[in-house]
Every structure is written in C-alpha cells, then in structure tokens.
Design a protein around this ligand. Structure first.
Ligand code: DGJ
Length: 732
C-alpha cells in the first residue's frame, strides 16, 4: 500500500517509488504539511517545524495561551483565508452573514482502492499495470457549515501524486465559494527556483527560471483559456538543479481555463506553492447539499534533475491521461491546407494538392478553416456548420471520396465555441453568446464566444458537427478556438450565479468533447487554440495531440517545443513542415531542418504542394519513410534535452532513446555558423554505458558517447540540421 497511516500519531505518508509526501493532524486538528521529497523512512517529519512566539502572528483561540502556535507560521496542507494566516491561502468562502473568516479542522479520512475520478473533469487514470490508491481527508470549518474533502491519488510506479478538493455545503444556508485551489505545498526549508513557461500568440511556452524571492510571484490566466501567455505547468527546483541532477518538483493543472499558480516566500523564508482555479471571475454558489469539485493537479518529484521530471510527465500523460484509439495507434502523417491556401480554395484545388500529397506518401489530408457557411474572409460564417457546396464546387462526400480514392484519410477543421455576428446562427440566437447586458462585447478576430455553459447551445453545435461527420468519411477533426474570452455573462443564469460562468464554460467544453469522443471513438482529434493557446493537460484527456503554435518557423519552434517538452510528451506536439520563406517570420531554413524540427512532434506538412520542386519531392518522401521508421522511438522513447536554449548555444540538440537503451535518434540544429572553428561535441544521454553502438558506420561504447560525446558534423549552411541514428551493435 502506497499510503501509510499512523493512527496514533495521525500521520499520513504517501509513497511512490521515488518520492514521499507527508501530512499530520496536530493537537488542534489542523492538518499540517510535514514533508515532500525523496522517498525514505516514513518518520514523523513534524520535528522540522519551528514553534516560536512570533510577534504579529496571532494564535488560534483553541491554542489558549500557547503563543508559539500560529497558523501564520505553520506549514499547512490547506490554508484558508481568515484563519490568522496572512500568506496566500487556498480557500476563501463567503458565509451567509457576508463574512469570510474561516478555520478548518480534521474530521476523518478514508482510503479507497484505485485512483479517484472527478465528475465532469479530466483526471489521470490508472491502467491495470499501475498501483494506485486514493486517500480522502475530510476537514470541516469550525462554524460547522461545510466540509472540505482533500483528495490524494497516489500512483506509485508513475511517481505521481494527484490532488483535488471537494467543498460540500452541509449547512442549511447558501455559501459562496470565492477560491478553491487544488494544491498547496508549504516547503519550510531551503530556497527554490521557479520555472514557468510564458509567451504570446506564436511564441508559446518560453522557459524562464527565477529564484523565488520574498513576496508573491504568480503566473496565471484570466482569459477563459489556459492561454499562450502562461502555461498551467511549472517546476520548482533547488537553485543548483540541472537537467541531470538536483531536486525538482512539477505541478501540472488538468484544466483548460483560468488558473493561478504562485510561489509565496514568507517572513520565515518558507515557500508556499499554490495552484488552482483563478479566483478572479470565480464565485460559486453552494446551496444546501451542493458540492464543488476543483480540477485535478498532478505533482511529481525527483532528485534526478529536470529531464527526469519531464520524463515522469511524458510517460504519465501518454499512458494515463490520453485516451482513445490514438493513445497507442500510429497517427497518420498529414497535410494541412491552412498555410497552403488559407481561406482561398475550392474542392478542385484541394484535390490537386491531395494528389501531390499522396504521391509524397502523406496519409491524411486536412481541410482547414473556410469550408462552411459564408467563409471567404474571417469576418463571417462561424456558427454555420454546414458545407458551403457553392464554394467547394462539390459536396463533402464527393470531396472525401476523392481523397480516399487517393489512398488518404480525410480530416476537417471546426471552431465550435465561436461565432461571427455575420452568421445565420447569431441572427437567430443573439443571446447565445457571452455578452454583458447593456455593454458592447469585446471582439476578437471578429468573433464572439458562444455560451458553452448552456446545454442547449452545446447541443445545437454538437448536432451540427455530428451532421457533418456523419455525412462523409472523416477520420480527423481539428478543434480550434481563436480568441481570449471576455464579457463573461450567461443569459441563462441569475445574477448570483454569474461568477460560475467561466468555470461552467470549461465544464461545458469538456462535456461536449466527452460526448464527441464517445460517439466517434476512432476519430483523431487535434486540439488547437490559435496554435498553443490551450496546450494543457486538461485538453490532452480529450485530444491526444494539440497544434503547438501558429508559428511554424523551424527556428522559433525550437524554443516553443523546447519549453513544451518540460511538461508534455512529444506525442502531444502538433508540428508541421511549412513553406519557405516562413509565413510568420520570413526566415529561410533548409527543408531538412524543417523536417528535423517537425519530427519532434506528430509530424506533418502545411505547405502549398504546387511550390514543391521536383528535386524536393524525394526528400519529402524520404522524410516520411524515416519518420514512420522511427515512429515508436520518437513517440514512445525517452526524450532528452541536450542543450539549454536559454544559453544561446551554437547548436541545439535533443535525443530520443528507447527505454532499454538499444537505439537512439540524435537531432541537432546549427544556430550559429562559425568560420574556421573546431567541431562541436554533444554528449549523449540514456544509453547503456557498457553496450557498443554503431553511429554512422563507426563503433563506440555507450560510456564514450555519453562521457566523451559525439562530434557533430560541420554545418555548412545556415540552420543546417542532422538526424543521427544510434543503434546497439548486432541489433541493426
Ligand atoms: C488558428 C490555427 O492555429 C491555424 O492552424 C488555423 O487553423 C487557423 N486558426 C484557421 O482559422
């Protein structure tokens, strides 16, 4: 059992293969946090807590004259607003009398075999091979109006601890939940670095590392989506931690909407970490008997450095988060029409492109934006999900049949959550959008957002989508979302429930995705939000891959995909070879380099096949064969970052290694060309020290490749790249 309970001392110790997490109920019933780190003796770690008489840090009434007992200084599992703890807190409740002061005390606990699930929310699940247990600790507020159930999922072999919280109103009156974080971790000793992934549209998930200083450092989103600007995944590491060594904690939020993550270093140098729903735009009404579930957060710990931490998440998200056929089935290599033709196409043009694509070995043709309603520009048509046969010059079935006749699968784009005012749907149902009465809404890309908190709205859109999907053979669907949400107001809810709309919207989105995936289990879904605006673990529960960024420039993609790799597996990263010069940056890069970078993802193409020269075709054909050959190694192998992009290296490298160390693929992109320079060397990782490997016809012991390194060929053109296959001798 991964959960050890010392009933006499009221200690709960959660153990995974390599990590340990501990809590203790103290003499006043407060649930303290005592340890999170390397697995060891399940000793009582509360000896690490300092009790002292700190001025201006008050004492709870039940502590009597004990001035050394203050919640303002103690490491707590779920600190609450108004308890005398003046740091950032996890829970804020508005009581029926309008006050907020609150204290929680332990009531009971319960063990459950297996991993819990949450109603309507994505969660990590255990497979048959996994050892998983659940602990639920129940606290109650001292005014006896509600319970707080703290959920802990312990996945031993995955080295994960998951958390969620349920707030249950068991009193007679209505409460308003103003904040309910999913995770709090109080680390008493040591200094920490936080690593977050910031950006903007076309520059998502840039890695930044900074020491946590006194005060609050936060990242988050109040855009109604997890956002391009900050990702709901971050790391906390020791200041010395590197890719290969040192203590690292990971925090990942399985949620696609507003979130807040913060580090708060207090007056006693303790670091508090919080992660959960953003309290802005959030106020949930709980009537008598109602419960509210906070989304799941996934924590991991390792003392083996950041790369090892990433590998914990990669494995778990591939095996225990993604679902459906394409969790394991090989995903087809696709050609997407967006950067080829944008909105300017007809069926004939698409079929011509598809013919070229088929010749090159592409397996799936995706018709992006522009096939529906009145959609020649992005000012109209969203919401009218019926095929524009006049524009296409044919029906959808005809088009799909023509593509299938070429031996390819067919895919299609939707943006189900948005609507143009110039659409039949908006003219008929202007109240179906998020729009505050009496105020003109903020537009984004000429779009408004449909009120997905409403079941009738969702049902209408889902019916339209199903109608399209049932009208032709369609194997892939790209689910896009192209604006930040504003004007949060639902015409279907009373004023006192408007604070629920942003969260209900995400629950509605999940509900619809669940219905869609249940009805079309073989459909390959790709998430997208103007590229990577909703690249989060919540979406991965429904869509096993997500378009990583609208920036397809191979060199910009290095940093985007590098940052993404900290928290997400390669199999999640939608990545395509696009045309040159690049549409976003104008940069010129070799075709092979664009392929090297796109292969660190789901791999596909997004260019006008008319522009491909006869000389380029064999290269593309070879790239496709190569990707298929190494598919398993790339998608399911261990991923290693070999260089730190923040240090502006001469080249950038990464590596895929089979778990048994028998094979690897080293990928390198030259970033600087230097005349008359020595060759650069890169140290490989993850090989077996005592095995012999073949690289480019030469034999090397694994220890030599890892300690001495491999000499990268000289780059002779700008941004040249190399893909170097490494195989154990006698396995080739
Ligand atoms: C944004 C996406 O990220 C693009 O790939 C493309 O699908 C456009 N939307 C279409 O409007």
């Amino acid at each position: 059992m991964a959960i050890l309970i010392n009933e006499t001392k009221s200690i709960f110790t959660l153990q995974t293969d390599h990590s340990m997490y501990q809590m203790k109920v103290d003499q006043y019933g407060v649930l303290l946090h005592t340890y999170y780190g390397k697995k060891g003796d399940p000793f009582d770690y509360s000896y690490l807590i300092t009790y002292a008489d700190h001025g201006f840090s008050g004492n709870p009434y039940d502590a009597g004259e004990e001035r050394t007992y203050s919640l303002d200084a103690l490491p707590q599992e779920y600190p609450v607003y108004g308890s005398g703890d003046y740091r950032s807190t996890a829970l804020k409740v508005c009581y029926p009398d309008g006050t907020h002061a609150c204290e929680l005390r332990y009531v009971r606990h319960r063990l459950q075999k297996g991993k819990y699930a949450l109603p309507g929310l994505p969660t990590i699940y255990a497979t048959q091979e996994d050892l998983a247990d659940t602990l639920i600790i129940t606290l109650e507020d001292t005014r006896r109006l509600f319970y707080v159930h703290l959920y802990y999922g312990v996945l031993e072999n995955l080295n994960l601890i998951t958390r969620s919280v349920c707030v249950e109103n068991h009193g007679a009156e209505t409460l308003y939940l103003e904040q309910a974080a999913s995770v709090c971790v109080d680390l008493q000793h040591g200094g920490y670095h936080m690593h977050s992934f910031y950006g903007r549209h076309m520059k998502e998930r840039t890695h930044q590392r900074f020491p946590i200083h006194h005060g609050i450092q936060s990242i988050g989103s109040s855009r109604g989506m997890s956002s391009h600007q900050h990702n709901p995944f971050f790391l906390l590491t020791s200041p010395q931690a590197t890719e290969d060594n040192g203590e690292c904690y990971g925090f990942s939020f399985l949620y696609s909407g507003d979130f807040l993550a913060l580090g708060d270093k207090d007056q006693f140098d303790q670091t508090r970490i919080l992660l959960g729903l953003h309290p802005d735009n959030f106020c949930y009404r709980l009537d008598k008997g109602d419960s509210f579930y906070a989304p799941e957060a996934v924590m991991a710990y390792t003392d083996q450095g950041m790369n090892a931490l990433s590998q914990i998440y990669h494995r778990a998200y591939r095996r225990n988060l993604c679902r459906g056929r394409y969790k394991t089935a090989r995903r087809p290599i696709l050609l997407n029409s967006w950067e080829s033709v944008y909105l300017d196409f007809d069926g004939k043009k698409l079929i011509e492109m598809a013919k070229d694509a088929a010749r090159m070995g592409i397996e799936l043709f995706v018709m992006d934006d522009g096939w529906f309603g009145k959609r020649d520009l992005d000012v109209s048509g969203l919401g009218d999900w019926h095929v524009n046969e006049e524009k296409l010059g044919c029906g959808l079935q005809e088009l799909s049949d023509a593509i299938h006749a070429l031996g390819m699968q067919f895919g299609i784009w939707f943006e189900p959550e948005c609507i143009n005012e110039d659409s039949d749907l908006y003219r008929k149902h202007p109240d179906w959008v998020l729009k505050v009465p009496g105020k003109a809404p903020v537009r984004g890309r000429y779009q408004l957002v449909l009120d997905f908190s409403r079941e009738d709205v969702r049902e209408h859109i889902l019916n339209q989508i199903c109608h399209v999907l049932d009208s032709a053979k369609i194997e892939y669907l790209k689910w896009d979302f192209n604006r930040s949400i504003s004007d949060i107001y639902s015409a279907a809810l009373p004023p006192q429930r408007q604070g629920e709309v942003a969260h209900r919207y995400i629950l509605g989105l999940y509900d619809m995705l669940e219905k869609l995936t249940a009805r079309y289990p073989d459909l390959l879904l790709e998430g997208c939000s103007g590229g990577g605006g909703r690249f989060d673990a919540g979406m991965l529960y429904y869509t096993p891959q997500i378009w990583c960024s609208d920036n397809t420039d191979a060199i910009d993609r290095l940093s985007i995909q590098y940052g993404t790799s900290f928290g997400y597996p390669i199999s999640a990263v939608g990545s395509h070879v696009s045309h040159c010069p690049n549409d976003q940056t104008g940069r010129i890069t070799p075709l092979e380099t664009r392929a090297t970078v796109a292969m660190a993802g789901t791999f596909g193409y997004e260019l006008d096949t008319n522009e491909i020269t006869e000389e380029e075709i064999p290269f593309i054909q070879r790239q496709i064969l190569e990707f298929k050959k190494y598919y398993d190694l790339i998608q399911n192998g261990l991923y290693y970052r070999l260089t730190d992009l923040g240090e502006q290296p001469v080249f950038h490298g990464w590596e895929f290694v089979k778990e048994d160390g028998s094979e690897a693929l080293l990928c390198v992109v030259a970033l600087q060309i230097k005349a008359n320079a020595a060759r650069c060397c890169i140290r490989l990782k993850g090989l077996c020290a005592d095995k012999t490997y073949l690289v480019d016809g030469e034999e090397y012991p694994g220890s030599v490749l890892m300690n001495g390194g491999y000499l990268i060929p000289h780059a002779t053109t700008e941004y040249e790249s190399f893909r170097i296959h490494i195989i154990e001798k006698n396995r080739e």
